[in-house]
Design a protein around this ligand. Structure first.
Ligand SMILES: Nc1ncnc2c1ncn2[C@@H]1O[C@H](COP(=O)(O)OP(=O)(O)OP(=O)(O)O)[C@@H](O)[C@H]1O
Length: 321
């Protein structure tokens, strides 16, 4: 090896050392997140070193088979559960270092959540408007007439953005499931959270209503700039966001990015989707099952480094072990 290449390697190593920390500019950073559950002496590794970065202002979906770890991740991000190892930061808060008091403030002010069970999201004997005002009150809003008027005004503004202004004076039982879920989004947005988390928010609804709920999330994202993470089984919902991240066996495995492309000649807009695999911090890559199965790849694959890409081919060592 010549001196020049040694110098070059040293230069690259120094450059790497000066690089900012992983996820330094992301709103949500999950770094090698691990969550192990132990029940009756049996260990389940729900998260096995999950990496995820979410940028401020994103509206993204998390998808994955049942048991892949989606709800476990959402509960950690919601401040309801703690990871076994790894690091997780949301809006500058270290989720592993929070005390009970900070955790409560985090849940009230930094994150908002919408659950699948419509009934779990709202207080049954309060009107939509009172439901939205409640988190603001609990946060320590004043008791005076002015504070009350301000809360009512924000509640009205949120219900209007989510297109359920007509439900303001109705109790949950007087609303449809879709209306309840849109009011639930307003409740989650009441304290201007940095992040809105939604776990299967359209799970109990038919697909037309599900689309309305999704439109409500998009309105919240566009009009209020809130970062939104939605866990969904609904392929339609997943395909309407710019970024869908798939979780497999407790790790992020692949993601699909969609962008609008304008045809230079006709000026017609079309949505272009591209699939990416996630290269985790340890250099691990999960290849989509359809790809490996199509080429009969298992156990071992042949790797070659090319100037601008890496080639992965089926094991071609016929004399191999
Ligand atoms: N409190 C718990 N105690 C023991 N095991 C748990 C607990 N919570 C989750 N698990 C296990 O961890 C794994 C991941 O579960 P999780 O609920 O995160 O999956 P999911 O992707 O949300 O699934 P689904 O789509 O069915 O909701 C599963 O094997 C599950 O059985």
């Amino acid at each position: 090896m010549s001196d020049t290449s040694l110098e070059e390697l040293e230069r690259r190593a120094t450059e790497r050392g000066q690089r900012p920390a992983y996820g330094h500019d992301a709103l949500i950073t999950c770094d090698r997140l691990v969550r192990v559950f132990t029940t009756d002496g049996v260990e389940v590794q729900a998260l096995q070193g999950l990496d995820l970065l979410v940028t401020k202002g994103e509206l993204m979906a998390l998808v994955g088979a049942s048991g892949s770890g989606k709800s476990t991740l959402m509960n950690i991000l919601a401040g309801l559960d703690e990871p076994t190892a790894g690091a997780a930061r949301v809006a500058g808060r270290d989720l592993l270092a929070m005390g009970a008091k900070e955790r409560l403030a985090y849940r009230r002010e930094v994150v908002g959540f919408v659950w699948q069970q419509t009934a779990r999201n709202l207080m049954p004997f309060l009107t939509a408007s009172q439901n939205v005002a409640l988190p603001m009150q609990l946060r320590g809003g004043g008791r005076g007439r002015r504070a009350r008027a301000e809360r009512a005004e924000r509640a009205a503004m949120l219900l209007d953005i989510l297109e359920v202004a007509d439900c303001a004076d109705r109790e949950p039982r007087q609303m449809s499931g879709g209306q309840q879920q849109r009011v639930a989004i307003a409740v989650a947005l009441a304290n201007e959270p940095s992040v809105l988390l939604a776990d299967e928010p359209t799970g109990e609804l038919d697909s037309a209503t599900g689309e309305q709920i999704f439109a409500a999330f998009r309105a919240a994202n566009e009009r209020l700039g809130t970062t939104i993470v939605i866990v969904t089984h609904d392929q339609k919902v997943a395909s309407e966001v710019r970024r869908t991240v798939a979780i497999r066996d407790g790790r992020t495995s692949s993601e699909v990015l969609r962008r609008t492309q304008v045809d230079a000649e006709t000026g017609q807009e079309s949505l272009v989707a591209r699939e990416y695999a996630t290269l985790d911090r340890a250099g691990r890559l999960q290849l989509p099952k359809e790809y490996t199965e199509a080429l009969g790849m298992e156990h071992r694959v042949a790797l070659d480094l090319e100037p601008d890409h890496i080639e992965i081919r089926p094991d071609d060592d016929t004399a191999g072990t």
